[in-house]
Design a binder for this molecule. Structure first.
Ligand code: PEP
Ligand code: MG
Length: 874
């Protein structure tokens, strides 16, 4: 039995008397009057819309007219209060959208849908595109720049409204429609051009006049009232009654009416419509199930004019069209709270890469004068503050020459050709396009802020101007975007880095962290990054690339002098200058990390990276020869050129780098170890508890390891004697050459820990240059030779076997060998899961991927617990 009307409790406004019924419930801007439990009052759809709005999902705003109004309608007419509240809600909606129903340059259109407590699919009526009239359709055509879309929407409204509200037989509309299609020799509805659609509209209007004796109503409010009442009366239509009888649904409970701002499925090939289910409705199988059509509106899926595609196709066609990470976490938490899923299930439901959304910046608004210029769609969350450019090329140019520190790319809409510009921009603003527009989809994938479809912005690409609210912005002017709310704000606001302290996130991560077995560390080179990493939950530093410290302006000179030195004495003199600088950096790192381990790698990259380019030197020399042939600088440059040429390598990645540098020039290793150990001792003497782990790169043999670890240990002992104090430290190596992996049992005799440098290990195992793969990667992906970029996701079958074998060999020699990974793969969910399965102790990744790695590690542990069946992303 289903509950009857006697059990209906009309909702009342908070604080009001019981008899004062609230008829209309608003939802939008992240808040709803109702909630998911109010199905009796709001119907299933209305309750769901309220719940999803409260959960922070991107629900188009609107309002629900509750079931009590329907019951009143059935009893003879709705009370005047329904009209008053409906008007009120409409005004709220208009205010929120910055539009007026069916009026102005940017008319608001709404959908009017039925929604009873129990789903009665297709039994009652729906009207889309409501608000359009002869004037509004022209505004919509102009505004959207897409007349086909505007006239198509209008003809749909007349057809639906004519059928549902005015009782004009559907067949008569179809007859006209098919007639024009045949005349124009057109197969698919979406191929009808504006002129043909205009012809259809004229014929439809004639039909309405002939059949009803009245013109199609041009007043949007009349349309809305009539549509609402028609939905109420559709509760009583024959098919609805039959459905209720068959399904044992009480006839007297009535339906609610949902009025919602239109979202258009027929805007073009990037728009669509569809239905989704959390289970396969036919088999009950636990899977996301659904069907969709591109460039269509809802009734096209139902009517069968075109065959819908399975939702799994959509994933292939638009791989980035996903909900945000914030929504995913919020929904998962709510579902656990409502007892729908367990915590473990919730953990599986969030895609690790999506957690990145929590780490994107926000605008600092407190105490600032905020001038909102326009509001567009919140297409990709986060904030961006930067200087305006109008083309992708300009974005790339300003980025490359370093003129603009941060860039906002402003476009009418973006296309795939803009990708390079989007990549370097901090944020994207478009005046056209929806939530599935190119700009929206691509930026979401990049985790980059985007406001799309900000219709009030006039983007004049030819004149390089953005005109909005009577103001003109030109290239180089500052603008601020809030991709979370869709606001476009004048001027240069500050941004707040991230929101790792979001209460929902903290709660979610509190479920995640106890599950995982892997420790999660960060790759961080400077104290600032280390602090950031701590904020995102790092449990140590897995890789500090010390050479990055040498690129700083005040150091590169000494570094160059050191490299150019011809004698050990000169080299030591230069190293002496670098020592205090490095020591200060390490003090900062140890302080930031407290008693957590800090892995510091001795210098790795080829020396030429620190020297001027040969070509640049040649140009400078030639210039001096031409202008000041007697300049003493000329001699200096020639010496430099000679040394650069001497150091030139055909294959620098396989050349003088890694431990080879420290072996050829032991004084470099000596200086670095001195800086590390002196810093650690200093921090310890001040009450700290530093745990340095000194890591030797690019080792291929036990002999290399022995050579370097001997230096490390003797310098450390020397300092302990000098200072009369000791610190715990370890010496280990990176495993990033196949030979190191194959001889890991020997290397483990000297190395107290291994860290897999899977960037180089992938490079050397595949024999593919990590810097040059892009020239053929697309071809490989297209041909199916690679399923993924092996530098992004670990090649488990090949490189992974080397890693697995090396772990086993290493632990065979040294049972308590600590093993981690610090290549890029350390932040890739699939690779993290692999690391868990082969028993690594930790993964290390860039600070911004820490949440992702933490979740992936927990999912991997859960998969263990549940057995093989639930490996999700194999
Ligand atoms: C690696 O090779 O995986 C690594 C972490 O070192 P780098 O990227 O600095 O070569
Ligand atoms: Mg490496």
């Amino acid at each position: 039995m289903t509950p009857g009307v006697l059990e209906q409790v009309p909702a009342t406004k908070a604080g009001s008397t019981k008899t004062e019924t609230q008829y209309v419930f608003f939802f939008g801007d992240g808040k709803a009057d109702g909630n998911g439990k109010m199905k009796d009052v709001l119907g299933g759809k209305g309750a769901g819309l309220a719940e999803m709005t409260n959960a922070g999902l991107p629900v188009p705003p609107g309002f629900t007219i509750q079931t009590e109004a329907c019951r009143e309608y059935m009893r003879g007419g709705v009370s005047p209060k329904v009209d008053i509240e409906m008007l009120d809600a409409l005004h709220n909606l208009e205010k929120l959208q910055g539009q007026k129903l069916g009026a102005g340059e940017n008319p608001l259109l709404v959908s009017v849908r039925s929604g009873a407590k129990f789903s009665m699919p297709g039994m009652m009526d729906t009207i889309l595109n409501l608000g359009l009239n002869d004037k509004a359709v022209e505004a919509l055509a102009k505004r959207s720049g897409n007349p086909r879309f505007a006239y198509d929407s209008y003809r749909r409204l007349i057809q639906m409204f004519g059928d549902v509200v005015l009782d004009v037989p559907k067949k008569k509309f179809e007859h006209i429609f098919d007639g024009v299609k045949a005349k124009k020799k057109i197969k698919f509805d979406y191929d009808l051009q504006p002129d043909a659609l205009k012809e259809i509209i004229a014929e439809y209007k004639k039909l309405v006049k002939k059949d009803t004796g009245k013109d199609f109503p041009q007043d949007p409010l009349d349309q809305l009232t009539a549509a609402r009442d028609a939905v109420f009366s559709s509760w009583q239509n024959a098919r609805a009654k039959t459905y209720r009888r068959i399904n044992n649904i009480d006839d007297s409970i009535g339906t609610a009416v949902n009025v919602q701002a239109m979202v258009f499925g027929n805007l073009g090939e990037n728009s669509g419509t569809g239905v989704g289910f959390t289970r396969n409705p036919a088999t009950g199988e636990h899977m996301f199930f659904g069907e969709y059509l591109m460039n269509a509106q809802g009734e096209d899926v139902v009517s069968g004019v075109r065959t819908p595609l399975s939702i799994s196709e959509l994933e292939k066609a638009m791989p980035n069209g996903k909900r945000t990470g914030l929504a995913a976490v919020r929904v998962a938490i709510d579902m656990v709270r409502e007892g729908l899923i367990t915590q473990d299930e919730a953990i599986h439901r969030v895609e690790p890469n999506q957690l990145y959304d929590f780490l994107v910046p926000r605008l600092v608004e407190k105490g600032e004068k905020i001038e909102v210029l326009a509001t567009g769609l919140p297409a990709s969350p986060g904030a961006a503050v930067g200087q305006i450019v109008f083309t992708a090329e300009e974005a790339v140019k300003q980025h490359q020459n370093g003129a603009y520190k941060s860039i906002v790319l402003v476009r009418g809409e973006t296309t795939p050709e803009d990708i390079a510009g989007m990549e370097v921009a901090d944020g994207i603003l478009t005046s056209r396009g929806g939530m599935t527009s190119h700009a929206a989809v691509v930026t979401r994938g990049m985790g980059k802020c985007c406001v799309a479809g900000a219709g009030d912005c006039v983007v004049d690409e030819a004149r390089k101007e953005l005109r909005v609210k009577g103001k003109t912005f030109r290239q180089g002017d500052y603008i601020s975007l809030d991709g979370t709310t869709g606001r476009v704000i004048a001027g240069k606001l500050k941004t707040l880095e991230a929101q790792p302290d979001d209460p929902d996130l903290i709660k979610f991560m509190s479920w995640v962290d106890p599950l995982r077995k892997l420790k999660i560390r960060a790759n961080a080179d400077i104290p600032r990054d280390a602090k950031q990493a701590m904020l995102f939950g790092a449990e140590g530093i897995g890789l500090c690339r010390t050479e990055h410290m040498f690129f700083a302006e005040d150091r590169i000179e000494h570094m160059r002098t050191m490299i150019l030195a011809n004698t050990e004495k000169d080299r030591r003199a230069a190293l002496k200058k670098l020592l205090p600088m490095q020591r200060a950096d390490f003090v900062g790192l140890f302080k930031a990390m407290g008693s957590l381990p800090v892995t510091i790698r001795t210098i790795d990259p080829p020396l030429h990276e620190f020297l001027p380019k040969r070509e640049d030197l040649l140009v400078q020399i030639q210039h001096l020869v031409d202008t000041k042939p007697r300049s003493p600088k000329l001699k200096e440059l020639r010496t430099l050129l000679a040394r650069v040429e001497e150091l030139h390598e055909q294959n620098p990645m396989l050349g003088l780098r890694g431990c080879r540098l420290g072996i050829k020039f032991p004084e470099i290793t000596e200086m670095q170890v001195r800086a590390i150990i002196e810093a650690a001792v200093a921090v310890k003497l001040k009450g700290g508890d530093p745990h340095p782990e000194i890591m030797i790169p690019l080792v291929g043999s036990i002999e290399e390891m022995r050579n370097q670890s001997a230096i490390v240990r003797s310098v450390a002992e020397e300092i302990f004697k000098e200072k009369g104090a000791k610190v715990d430290y370890m010496v280990g190596t990176m495993i990033e050459l196949p030979r190191a992996a194959l001889t890991a049992d020997q290397i483990a005799e000297e190395a107290e820990f291994f860290s897999f440098g899977t960037n180089d290990l992938t490079q050397t195992t595949y024999g593919i240059s990590r810097d040059d793969i892009n020239s053929f990667l697309p071809a490989y992906l297209k041909a199916g030779i690679f399923k993924q970029d092996p530098f992004a996701t670990l090649d488990q079958a090949g490189v992974g076997q080397l890693v697995k074998g090396a772990v086993a060999k290493g632990r065979n020699t040294r049972a308590n060998l600590k093993v981690g990974i610090c290549g890029e793969h350390g932040g890739d969910p699939e690779s993290v899961k692999f690391c868990h399965r082969i028993g690594l102790n930790y993964v290390s990744c860039s600070p911004f991927r820490l949440l992702t790695a933490r979740l992936a590690a927990a999912q991997a542990a859960l998969e263990d617990k549940l057995g093989d069946g639930v490996h999700t992303n194999k």
